[in-house]
Ligand binder design. Structure first.
Ligand code: BEZ
Ligand code: FE
Length: 296
């Protein structure tokens, strides 16, 4: 009769960790192997550090389940979770290192939509029945040497003056506050919009519960989103923030970078800018140049 080989049993927490890591040893894709083994190492270290109890783990499973159940074409609760935990911004910083002088990127967020309408220089992205101070957002798209980039694309999206994106407000026309603009031969763009306002990220789901339970607020400082691209250059996904916003130092999703803060100048009279933009006061203007780094 063959004798059964007695294998040592996994008896301690550290035995389990070591065995899980061993089971990933055969992963063929080296990057997947690195990611999975590191994930296991850090998650197990976290469990041991906080001495996680079973009831707390069930609570976590239930939280993640509800986070998934909240997601649909208009709502992405997992992106919100990633954003509010700072995961999106750490990943952004690691992934988008560009040469000095190039426009910095920031968090993508859950409200971009593919298929925004193509707009002409100076077109408005504001629905006719919406309020808010009109803003003329203008500037150039440049290379690292300051040379204008013609035919660069600027995909713009923004919350309306009530702080809601079109995906959050079914009364809004399709693709409100969105558009794809192209620069002219001089690299210039002009977008007619409204002055952005600070708004709360959606807080009526699991992520909102987590913010409330941890005494955190859901506010983001006023901003306009831009995804700027041109053939031969690294695209950049970013925001421009209003320099007078009260939440610049405590953005709920950690997205503010100093180089992305710009002044929105208010114009109360028929001044030079009113003539230039054919604008009725009061309105405001914001000038911002985007700089793209060459693709390698
Ligand atoms: C946004 O700016 O649209 C956004 C970013 C992160 C979370 C929620 C909203
Ligand atoms: Fe936003």
């Amino acid at each position: 009769m063959p004798t059964a080989v007695t294998k040592p049993r996994l008896t301690t927490e550290d035995d389990i960790t070591a065995e899980v890591l061993r089971r990933f040893e055969g992963t063929e894709d080296p990057r997947l192997k690195q990611i999975m083994q590191s994930l296991v190492k850090h998650v197990h270290a976290f469990l041991k550090e906080v001495q996680l109890q079973e009831a707390e783990w069930w609570q976590g499973i239930e939280f993640l389940t509800r986070t998934g159940q909240m997601c649909d074409a208009r709502r992405q609760e997992f992106i919100l979770l990633s954003d509010t935990l700072g995961i999106s911004m750490v990943t952004d910083l690691i992934s988008n290192r560009r040469p000095a002088g190039a426009t910095e990127s920031t968090v993508f967020g859950p409200f971009h939509r593919d298929g925004a309408p193509e707009r002409e220089y100076g077109d408005s992205i504001v629905a006719a029945d919406r309020h808010g101070m009109i803003a003329y957002f203008y500037g150039r798209v440049l290379d690292l040497h300051g040379k204008p980039i013609a035919r660069a694309e600027l995909d713009v999206w923004q919350a309306a003056a009530d702080g809601l994106y079109d995906a959050q407000d079914l009364s809004l026309i399709e693709m409100n506050m969105r558009g794809k603009f192209k620069t002219g031969p001089d690299g210039r763009y002009l977008v007619k919009t409204t002055r952005p306002v600070a708004y709360q990220i959606p807080a009526d789901g699991p992520v909102g519960e987590l913010l409330a339970a941890t005494n955190r607020h859901p506010w983001r400082p006023a901003h306009v989103h831009f995804a700027v691209s041109a053939p031969g250059f690294w695209p950049v996904t970013t925001h421009v923030f209003d320099s007078i916003d009260q939440y610049l130092n405590e953005d709920a999703v950690f997205g503010v970078k100093n180089s992305l803060i710009a002044e929105f100048k208010e114009h109360q009279t028929r001044d030079e800018a009113a003539l230039k933009f054919n604008a009725e006061p009061p309105f405001c203007t914001c000038e911002f140049d985007f700089v793209l780094a060459p693709a390698q």
